[in-house]
Design a protein around this ligand. Structure first.
Ligand code: F6R
Length: 597
């Protein structure tokens, strides 16, 4: 960890190849101490990465930097003053996690500090030229070329803003970059990475999303690609070097939603919030739903896609829409991209996402000529802005890295879309209201069993989840939650597939979790029995308890089953993780917003 002023002894670096980062950035420009506000903002952005962190403030006569490996709490030791500054929390995908690669990075004279979210593809060539001109580098990052390029431009007599405009023209890749000069001026630029500005009178914030500044203001500007912003007394935005106006939007999320509200972890709070968020998912404008149905009706082919948990929502959504008579193809976005050539402008892509910033999804949409319908949570996200039509799931900020309430709200909105396409919006809303109640009940009624299953899992190394039809996606999601939070190896299979190979892994005491849906009920019970005969411990979830199972979670016979069934498994994954001594809000190696491919 490097606390206090940046360690200049690290100027020699070992190149370990391309260092890709996916991170969160924060900036503050105002009259208060910047470091405190930036620190609080970074805490809110840690879901985007927490390998290393840092803050730089403009402390004339030099920039002050505090940064290093670890979370912002581990790094933030020394007090650095200044009324403007920038901060960064990082998730590395290639290359070392260490002090010198932590942002912010500075120029040779330590007069400019820079933070960056994204990738600068052509950084190697730029770095080579800068080195030949005498610049000294301290890190392996792509980012560090930026402060040195700004330094050169300012030495030519340009202002910081003009320098950034020149530098931007030479960068290739995706980036949200913020730079602060020792005198306090601050600038930022955005290209293919999200960047929002919070406006609170004379106080201005910038951040990768709105959560860092929600406690100060709900007024936000969502920057467009190519926008360069200057914070210099007033706020000026330019695009292609011309001043532009950007709308100030009122964000309907509040700071409370982005805090733990007395819970031990965000994830715990977000699981328990679901009766409320499922209800909110039903608050869709009738006209928005009707517009979405028109898009469905017009499409030759419908593709439903997402990644990770959102891909399971997409896959269930495809089953819902098939029930309404549509032909739907569903695939994870990164795989569907290989068939992008077969998507035509007469088709429709429905993109499901919490963050609206997932690179795999945005990349597919770049290649697809079809109109896009977004089912998304993050207000003002790239997906929301780039789609032809958006249904917001209204779940509020989801901070825990593992998706919980966003998943159930995605399911809720997709189900509502099915109802809307059948001309039954009100019935759909009613179903979601019943679901909200049922979620509350299932968690309450099964509290002891949920705790007992969590205890049981802490002693296991492997677990298998099986389901048929819509039970398969439930198995997928329950297994993903358990493995990503507890690091127990968990795999999901269609019940029918299990005996075609994987059954060989079942031995005395292997946990097998079965989702018992009406469709294929007898068959999935048989699949569970086949595992039991080989020594498996059975855990079941369904409407009617089977007493021979070791554990059974009985769900109420009302509401949208998929939402009701998944909630106990979110809680089991959460409790198992806590019991094993892990941090469920920050599972190892993961970040919430996966903005690299
Ligand atoms: C798992 C999880 C991830 C995300 C995936 C897509 O708990 O959260 O699998 O679902 O990274 O993210 P979004 O929904 O932001 O596109």
């Amino acid at each position: 960890m490097v606390a206090g002023l940046i360690d200049r002894g690290l100027s020699k670096c070992i190149d370990v190849g391309l260092l890709l980062v996916m991170c969160g950035i924060v900036g503050y420009y105002g009259n208060d101490e910047a470091a405190e506000k930036i620190y609080r903002g970074l805490k809110r952005l840690e879901y985007r990465g927490y390998d290393s962190a840092g803050i730089a403030t403009a402390g004339n006569p030099s920039i002050k930097v505090e940064k290093g490996e670890g979370t912002i709490d581990e790094v933030s030791e020394a007090e650095i003053d200044g009324t403007s500054g920038i901060g960064h929390t990082r998730w590395a995908t290639h290359g070392g996690v260490n002090d010198r690669n932590a942002h912010p990075h500075t120029d040779c004279g330590e007069e400019i500090a820079v933070v960056h979210n994204g990738i600068i593809n052509n950084y190697e060539g730029l770095k080579e030229k800068l080195k030949n001109r005498g610049h000294s580098f301290s890190s392996e990052t792509d980012t560090e070329v930026v402060p040195h390029m700004l330094e050169e431009k300012m030495e030519e007599g340009l202002t910081l803003k003009e320098a950034l405009m020149d530098v931007e023209e030479r960068l290739e890749g995706s980036y949200a970059i913020a730079a602060v000069l020792k005198t306090g001026e601050m600038v930022a630029v955005k290209q293919d990475s999200p960047l929002a500005i919070g406006v609170n009178g004379s106080e201005k914030f910038l951040a990768s999303d709105v959560t860092p500044f929600l406690e100060h203001t709900s007024k936000a500007i969502f920057l467009e690609d190519g926008d360069v912003v200057e914070f210099n007394g007033k706020l000026e935005i330019y695009n292609q070097r011309e001043p532009v106006e950007r709308e100030i939007q009122e964000v309907d999320w509040d700071a409370e939603q982005a805090s733990k509200e007395g819970h031990d972890h965000f994830m715990q709070k977000e699981i328990k919030e679901q009766p409320k968020t499922v209800k909110k998912a039903s608050f869709q404008d009738k006209s928005d739903l009707e517009e979405a149905v028109k898009m469905l009706d017009k499409a030759d082919e419908i593709y439903l896609t997402g990644c990770g948990t959102a891909s399971f929502a997409a896959s269930l959504g495809a089953k819902y829409l098939e029930e309404a008579g549509y032909n739907v193809r569903t695939e994870q976005a990164h795989e569907l991209e290989y068939s992008a050539d077969s998507i035509s402008e007469d088709d429709l892509v429905i993109a499901v996402s919490q963050s609206g910033e997932t690179a795999d999804l945005l990349s597919l949409l770049d290649k697809s000529p079809a109109p896009t319908l977004a089912v998304v949570n993050a207000v003002g996200s790239t997906l929301a802005r780039q789609s032809d039509h958006t249904l917001y799931i209204n779940a509020g900020p989801e901070i825990g890295v593992a998706s919980t309430k966003a998943f159930t709200s995605q399911l809720g909105v997709l189900k509502l879309l099915q109802y809307a396409s059948e001309g039954e919006i009100e019935e759909g809303r009613q179903k979601l209201l019943e679901t909200a109640e049922a979620v509350e009940k299932v968690l309450e009624n099964n509290k002891d069993t949920i705790e007992a299953i969590s205890d049981y899992f802490t002693g296991k190394e492997h677990a298998y989840f099986i389901g048929r039809d819509k039970g398969y996606e439930m198995a997928d999601e329950a297994a993903l939650k358990l493995k990503e939070l507890s690091y127990i190896h968990a795999e999901a299979f269609p019940g029918g597939e299990f005996k075609h190979g994987t059954l060989a892994l079942v031995e005395e005491g292997t946990p097998v979790v079965a989702f018992l849906k009406d469709n294929g009920y007898d068959e999935i019970v048989s699949n569970a029995a086949e595992a039991r005969s080989r020594g498996a411990d059975l855990i079941g979830v369904g409407k009617n308890e089977i007493s021979s199972f070791e554990y059974f979670i009985e769900i109420p016979d009302k509401g949208l089953e998929e939402i009701v069934e998944v909630a106990p498994f979110q809680m089991i994954a959460y409790l198992t993780s806590v019991e094993l001594g892990h941090n469920p809000d920050k599972p190892r190696n993961l970040a919430k917003s996966v903005t690299v491919k």
